[in-house]
Ligand binder design. Structure first.
Ligand code: CA
Ligand code: CA
Length: 449
């Protein structure tokens, strides 16, 4: 009974929100349900993580009738966000966008699907690129010259097509079963954005870059996240599901002996962005999840990159759960199910990072040692407490992850991140309840619609 009571109280807290005036009707024949109207008007609850700081996060809650739309195509999505993808980031008029069905970033202007060849510059071809920059021929230096320039022009083509720019004061809500596939929501130089109840699938890069000095053998890198938050603040990403869809990394070829990586982050927060809450999301089968801070340069990121990550399910993901530089980042009551091929680490402790990890639950395959859940990327300390681990068939138990890390690795990390979060909507649940609650209520399709 105790579990249920706590869980229900928590659900109530998760769903409690400021509700503004009733939503006006969307265009005839595309009317959201009353429940969807209420969801579109909801603000982030008080104290619910860093995005609740100061004036909080209200998204498009104040939208007038003409800026409440239901969209079913890429063209309708761009129209609802302001009309021109090239300038939509500057459209700060409050707006609520409901996504119905699947919106595909690779839909052309006439609705026909585009493929990578449609976006490629005439001077670019992958076979020519592979022939020119094979390290055996070109050496281990960055590609340059006409073919690389053609690749860069191709990337610019893809940016215009699959990078969907979002302005300030925007709420995007998925209706039942809604998905955004093959696109990036780019939240750059804006404020006050809410993204809820959406499936994100396969934000793929047609033109990955070859980075010959990334790692021991070089790497292919994609530049497309599912959501990128840059130079922005007050962003709430809630109850979404992130996958690679039907295009998993495991199905990609290898070139130059390295995996052809067409995917990047699920939710990257970089370039001085701050005041972000990521709650109740489900991230399934992905590699690079959440990069908070993309540069070690001690500069404008200092004092920024404040992110709260709570009640998310990290299911079969490989790394960056999250990886943090500089920011005060509160990671509490998440469920991690990790292990198997390719797993690297969960919590990345980067330069001047201040990670506060509390009451997280780790369900681990036998091939993951608790000592390897933390990775030191040049950081000094983190606060870690209340972690539990269930491994293989053995019973769950509390584990001091930092002590395990320090016993297995040098140099040691300190145990005090130097701050204590105050922006919490509710006291933390006992850790053993976290898998139950997160399993039931994280991801798209759980909010009332
Ligand atoms: Ca990224
Ligand atoms: Ca040690």
């Amino acid at each position: 009974m105790r579990r249920r009571t706590v869980g229900v109280a928590l659900l109530a807290a998760a769903l409690t929100a400021t509700v503004a005036a009733p939503a006006p009707a969307a265009p005839a024949g595309q009317k959201p349900t009353r429940a969807a109207e209420l969801l579109g008007r909801q603000a982030l609850p008080a104290n619910d993580g860093w995005a609740a700081e100061g004036a909080g996060t209200t998204g498009g809650g104040a939208a007038t009738a003409d800026r409440v739309r239901v969209v079913r195509t890429r063209a309708e999505l761009v129209a609802a966000l302001g009309g021109d993808n090239a300038t939509n980031a500057t459209d700060a008029t409050p707006k609520i966008v409901y996504v119905a069905g699947t919106v595909d970033g690779f839909e052309g202007p006439d609705g026909a699907p585009l493929d990578c060849a449609d976006l490629a510059d005439p001077e670019y071809s992958l076979p020519a690129y592979l022939a020119a920059y094979d390290p055996a021929v070109w050496g281990r230096v960055d590609p340059s010259g006409p073919l690389e320039a053609a690749r860069v022009r191709s990337v610019a083509n893809q940016n215009r097509q699959t990078q969907i720019n979002v302005g300030s004061n925007t709420t995007i809500v998925g209706l039942r079963g809604a998905r955004l596939t093959g696109l990036t929501l780019m939240i750059d130089r804006v404020a006050n954005v809410i993204v809820r109840n959406l499936g994100f699938a396969d934000a793929r890069d047609c033109f990955p870059a070859w980075s010959p000095t990334d790692g021991d053998a070089g790497n292919w890198n994609s530049q497309y996240d599912q959501i990128s938050v840059r130079r922005s603040e007050h962003v709430w990403v809630d109850h979404n599901t992130f996958t690679d869809g039907d295009n998993p990394d495991s199905a990609q070829p290898r070139y130059f002996g390295r995996p052809w990586q067409v995917h990047d982050g699920s939710l990257d927060v970089t370039h001085t962005a701050s005041l972000v809450t990521a709650s109740w999301n489900r991230f399934t089968g992905r590699d690079k999840l959440m990069l908070i801070g993309s540069s070690n340069t001690v500069g404008p990121d200092v004092g920024r990159l404040k992110v709260t990550v709570h009640h998310n399910l990290f299911d079969g993901d490989l790394q960056r759960l999250p990886r943090v530089r500089f920011g005060q980042v509160d990671v509490h009551e998440n469920h991690y199910r990790l292990g198997g091929t390719g797993f690297e680490y969960a919590l990345g402790v980067g330069v001047q990072s201040a990670l506060f990890a509390e009451n997280n639950f780790f369900t681990l395959a036998d091939d993951v040692a608790p000592a390897d859940l933390i990775h030191d990327w040049g950081g000094a300390a983190l606060t870690e407490r209340g972690s539990w681990v269930r491994q293989g068939d053995r019973p769950a138990r509390p584990v001091d992850l930092l002590a395990a890390y320090n016993a297995a690795h040098d140099p040691d990390l300190g145990g005090d991140a130097g701050w204590t979060p105050t922006l919490r909507a509710a006291p933390p649940l006992p850790t053993p309840l976290v898998p139950l609650v997160v399993g039931a209520w994280s991801g798209a399709g759980r909010l009332p619609l």
